[in-house]
Design a protein around this ligand. Structure first.
Ligand SMILES: [Zn+2]
Length: 242
C-alpha cells in the first residue's frame, strides 16, 4: 500500500523566504507537524519522522558492498569499487526521497546525510573528497537545487571531507532514467558527464554521492571518468540501494 501523507502541507517549501518561514511557523502553531509514519505530534527536535519511526525505517543489512557483490547490476564493466547505502526501497523511503528530490523538502538532506555518515564512519573507509552527481544546468534551474550536493554537504559536515563542487559536470541533458530499460539507461548516460580538471582527482579516494542507486549506470559512468582521471578508489554513496 502506498504510504499516505497526512499533513496540512507545511513541508512543501519550494524556496526559503522570510514570508514563507513566518507562514510555516504560524501553520506549525495552528497545525502542529505530525510524524509521517505514525501521525503523532513531533517534538521540537524531530523533523518529518519521529525518532521511533526513524528507527523503524527499512535499513539495509549490509550497507557497504564491494563491487564484486553487485553482479546483478549486469553492467558491462564496473568502474567503482564499492557501494554504500542506508535503506532498502520501501513505500515510506520512496516517498521521503521523492519529497527531497522533487518537492523542495531540502531539510531532509540532514536526516539522510547523518544516516549515511554514520554508516560510513562504522565502515571506516577513508574518503578524501565527496563528489555529488551533478544535474544538467537546465534541470538545476528548474529544480533550484541539486539534492546530491545537499546530501554531500551534510555528509561532509560529519566526516570532515571536502565536497568537490563543480568539477564533475553534466553536459548532456539526459531524460529521466526512471522509465528506461537497463540497456537504455546505460546508453542514456554514456558521455553525459565531463571532468573540468581531471588532475585534481589523481590518487584520491572518492565518495561519489547520488540520491538513489538503482541500475548503477549513472554512478558507473561518473566512476569511469574519475578512474580515468587517476582516482585511487570510488565508493558510490546513496540513500537507497535497490
Ligand atoms: Zn512516528
Amino acid at each position: 500500500m502506498p504510504f499516505e501523507i497526512k499533513s496540512s502541507g507545511w513541508w512543501n517549501e519550494e524556496i526559503f523566504s522570510p514570508a514563507r518561514f513566518l507562514c510555516r511557523s504560524l501553520l506549525d502553531f495552528v497545525y502542529p507537524p505530525v510524524c509521517w509514519g505514525c501521525h503523532l505530534s513531533l517534538s521540537s527536535d524531530e523533523f518529518v519522522l519521529c525518532h521511533r519511526c526513524v528507527k523503524a525505517l527499512p535499513y539495509l543489512q549490509q550497507p557497504a558492498l564491494p563491487a564484486s557483490r553487485l553482479s546483478w547490476l549486469q553492467l558491462e564493466k564496473i568502474f567503482f569499487d564499492s557501494s554504500l547505502a542506508v535503506y532498502q526501497y520501501s513505500d515510506i523511503v520512496q516517498d521521503l526521497v521523492h519529497q527531497f528530490k522533487y518537492n523542495g523538502m531540502t531539510s531532509l538532506a540532514s536526516l539522510f546525510g547523518k544516516a549515511i555518515a554514520s554508516r560510513l564512519s562504522q565502515n571506516g573507509d577513508e574518503i578524501e573528497a565527496l563528489v555529488p552527481v551533478p544535474l544538467h544546468k537546465s534541470r538545476l534551474r528548474e529544480r533550484g537545487y541539486n539534492q546530491s550536493l545537499l546530501l554531500a554537504q551534510q555528509i561532509a559536515q560529519v566526516l570532515g571531507a571536502p565536497v568537490n563542487k563543480g568539477q564533475l559536470v553534466r553536459v548532456k541533458n539526459t531524460i529521466s532514467q526512471a522509465t528506461l530499460s537497463r540497456q537504455e539507461r546505460m546508453s542514456n548516460v554514456t558521455n553525459a558527464f565531463q571532468l573540468k580538471q581531471p588532475e585534481v582527482f589523481g590518487g584520491k579516494s572518492i565518495g561519489l554521492v547520488d540520491d538513489v542507486f538503482t541500475t548503477g549506470s549513472t554512478m558507473n559512468e561518473c566512476s569511469r571518468l574519475l578512474k580515468d582521471a587517476g582516482a585511487s578508489s570510488v565508493m558510490c554513496i546513496s540513500i537507497v540501494r535497490v
